[in-house]
Write a protein of this length. Structure first.
Length: 291
């Protein structure tokens, strides 16, 4: 049984939805809605998740979200919610011409005599860059935050905001443009108030053409180079790559690593316009959903 579907955070271009499962469990979920152009969208979600962030929404637009619980590929329960995104607040986004800074927001004086535990953001750094994505990491040397908010301007200068769970220490920002400089601002929130702020800049890589593979090459294993030292080279082998879920606008992929280990993975493909796309993936992952 699916319980209540509720909104836990809301920005002009994204929202975070949360739900409960008061009885039993589901194999997976799928979130369906129509975008601002009226096109149907579907987002597959792992059965262990009870929340999801929906990015790429339009300002001041009413959305109807339908969450389905699946068992053995069949929809067996369904909850819905109507939500209106907020209006844009560009004044909250520092202009890209400003220099990077580590700005500290002063916490308000507590109304009671109890001491207020300080929450401080550490360094915000770029851990990986591709032509259309940036991975960011940060630390929290003091105290906890309830949540985070990442703000930046896209290649067209439009403000974007991405809500992040308070336990997270990294985020992958997708849908960026190649060879473009971005300024990212990470805010730490206590309650609904921004109490600390750090910034960084990143330049996405230049777009590289992906080689088109022949049918023979698609199944060909790449041979590892001979080691330069006398030490034995531990072989790392990829197993089967298979499709675990398909919707009109997304694909879930899974793979195995029968031998050895990899430092990381890189998924490459061409979009519907024929443009090459690349997505870096953590070495511990064995699945990814392409929205």
């Amino acid at each position: 049984v699916l319980g209540d579907l509720s909104v836990t955070s809301l920005t002009p271009s994204s929202m975070r939805l949360q739900w409960t499962v008061p009885e039993d469990s589901f194999d997976s979920f799928v979130l369906q809605y129509r975008d601002a152009q009226g096109q149907p969208q579907a987002l597959p979600i792992d059965g262990g998740s009870h929340s999801v962030t929906v990015p790429g929404l339009s300002l001041s637009h009413r959305y109807r979200f339908h969450l389905y619980g699946l068992r053995d590929g069949k929809r067996i329960d369904h909850v819905s919610i109507d939500v209106i995104t907020g209006e844009a607040k560009p004044e909250e986004l520092p202009l890209p011409s400003e220099k990077p800074q580590h700005e500290k927001y002063q916490t308000e004086s507590p109304s009671s005599k109890a001491p207020l535990v300080r929450a401080v953001l550490g360094e915000l750094r770029v851990s990986s860059v591709t032509p259309n994505s940036v991975q960011l990491q940060w630390s929290v040397p003091e105290g906890p935050f309830d949540s985070f908010m990442l703000q930046y301007r896209d290649a067209q200068g439009q403000p974007q905001a991405l809500p992040i769970d308070g336990r997270s220490r990294s985020v992958m920002v997708l849908g960026l443009s190649p060879s473009h400089r971005y300024r990212f601002h990470l805010y730490g929130l206590r309650g609904r108030k921004k109490t600390d702020h750090i910034s960084t800049e990143a330049v996405t890589e230049e777009q590289e053409e992906l080689p088109l593979l022949s049918e023979e090459q698609k199944h060909e294993k790449l041979q590892t180079e001979a080691p330069t030292s006398d030490g034995p080279l531990v072989q790392a082998v990829l197993g089967e790559l298979r499709v675990s879920s398909v919707t009109p606008s997304s694909v879930g992929l899974q793979w195995s690593v029968p031998e050895g280990s990899f430092d990381s993975f890189m998924l490459q493909y061409r979009d519907a316009q024929g443009q090459p796309q690349a997505l870096p993936i953590d070495a511990r992952s064995r699945s990814v959903t392409m929205p």
